[in-house]
Design a protein around this ligand. Structure first.
Ligand SMILES: Cc1cc2nc3c(=O)[nH]c(=O)nc-3n(C[C@H](O)[C@H](O)[C@H](O)COP(=O)(O)OP(=O)(O)OC[C@H]3O[C@@H](n4cnc5c(N)ncnc54)[C@H](O)[C@@H]3O)c2cc1C
Length: 411
């Protein structure tokens, strides 16, 4: 069967645009004919436009993917800010006390702990890089996908049809690719919503990220380049509704108290939005001529800011596997090939997902015993340097089986 493309990526947000840009830029997969199917492509933010509400803490590995694809400069120009420290404490603890957990880049021998970048800028830069490397941008949604033995048929919601060697499902938590491939998921609703906005702190954030574990869910303050902080407050749906409805003075007061005044008074500086939180893990990452990446494969709680970082590691691992298959003269869409990607990434993602899920459960609920356990646990990790180091290296994406294109040059 004649193929229109070797690879069609369904979903062009950060994960999908990352796959398309990396596959197009990487020498091992450069010859592939690639299309990126996205009904709502991101437009690059204009100069002077305020920073979008959605920002992400990106690991070193993620920043490397942006650099490899030539996307970093545009993201940096939108004020991506490196951060040096992270302070984590419990509702009944003290951010400056012995039961707080502090990650410090200098202590780990790293230049920084990562950077906070605008999602929209990341998506737009990767899409632009993909297009610059010859990826065909298709502005439409997927209607159906049907795998055959030598090609996969993709029908779009604008009535077109394409044949490809491989489809990558990067279409988010509600992935149609995953559903149509008959891939089952393990799902848990956390019964929480994340309220996000930007705030003006009274005291300078000093390039430090803060996370306070409240009984109702974690509250994070991420430092932005303009001196403001990005709030991600995961909480009960009822409190989330109240926070969204509160006027500016009420909201500022509540968030200042909830953050224990760690940055002094926090003033509302942007609109507010909220997102439902759930855990979702696909039982398979691959099917005949189909691979899943990003939230389509695993949707995790934002408490450790790992969602897009896992997604970029998926993207790079997939490109490694496809490159090896092409070099060996194999058809990269064959299940035998895609199973290698699945084994690799599930083995890496499973412990991360279990840890995030475990932390979410341990750190919610208000009983005194749990609270003491939490404070003890944070204090223990703080004093156990090797454990702390390992956790941080995992979070930075520089430990485990790191894909070739994201590996650091030996120093
Ligand atoms: C409040 C909050 C804070 C977070 N903070 C962080 C953080 O600091 N660090 C971090 O690493 N992660 C963070 N995350 C997680 C991160 O945002 C997600 O993991 C990431 O955005 C998922 O990207 P994705 O491209 O896989 O999916 P999505 O962003 O969901 O994109 C899916 C894309 O697929 C498209 N699509 C859907 N259906 C179709 C279809 N039928 N056909 C074609 N296209 C389709 C959509 O239009 C969309 O563009 C956070 C999440 C939340 C909720």
């Amino acid at each position: 069967m004649k193929r229109d493309f070797d690879l069609v990526v369904v979903g062009g947000a950060m994960a999908g645009a990352g796959v398309a840009a990396l596959a197009a830029a990487d020498a091992r997969t450069q010859g592939m004919r690639i299309a990126l199917l996205e009904p709502k492509p991101a437009t690059a933010p204009g100069p002077g436009e305020p920073l979008d509400l959605r920002v992400s803490a990106l690991s070193h590995a993620s920043r490397q993917l942006l650099a490899t694809t030539g996307s970093w400069a545009a993201v940096e120009a939108r004020g991506a800010a490196a951060y040096q420290r992270m302070v984590i404490w419990e509702e009944r603890g003290d951010p400056a006390g012995g039961d707080a957990l502090v990650f410090d880049a200098a202590e780990l021998g790293e230049p920084d702990l990562g950077c906070i970048a605008e999602n929209r800028a990341v998506q737009a830069a990767l899409t632009e890089s993909a297009a610059g490397h010859g990826v065909v941008l298709l502005r439409a949604g997927l209607a159906t996908v049907t795998a055959g033995s030598d090609a996969i048929r993709i029908a779009t919601d604008d009535g077109r049809e394409y044949r490809a060697g491989l489809v990558v499902g990067a279409d988010g938590a509600g992935s149609a690719v995953r559903t149509q491939a008959g891939i089952d998921v393990r799902a848990t609703d956390y019964g929480q919503r994340a309220v996000v906005t930007h705030l003006r702190p009274e005291h300078p954030h000093a390039d430090t990220a803060y996370q306070r574990f409240l009984d109702t869910g974690p509250l994070a303050l991420l430092p932005l380049a303009d001196g403001q902080v990005s709030l991600v407050w995961s909480t009960t749906p009822e409190l989330a509704d109240e926070l969204l409805r509160a006027d500016e003075a009420q909201f500022s007061g509540r968030v200042t108290v909830a953050s224990a005044g760690v940055l002094g008074r926090l003033e509302a500086a942007a609109p507010r939005a909220s997102f439902p939180l759930r855990l979702l893990h696909a039982r398979r990452y691959a099917a005949e001529r189909i691979a899943l990446v990003g939230d389509a494969a695993h949707t995790v709680h934002p408490l450790a800011g790992q969602g897009i970082n896992l997604a970029f590691l998926d993207a790079a691992a997939l490109v490694d596997v496809l490159g090896d298959a092409l070099a060996a003269g194999d058809d990269p869409g064959e299940l035998r090939v895609l199973r290698r990607y699945e084994r690799w990434r599930r083995a890496e993602a499973l412990p991360a997902i279990a840890l995030l899920d475990g932390l979410q459960r341990l750190f919610s609920g208000g009983d005194e015993l749990k609270s003491r356990l939490r404070r003890g646990g944070l204090g223990l990790v703080q004093s156990a340097r090797p454990v702390k180091r390992l956790l941080m290296q995992r979070a930075l994406g520089i430990a485990g089986e790191v894909p070739a294109s994201l590996r650091r040059a030996p120093s």
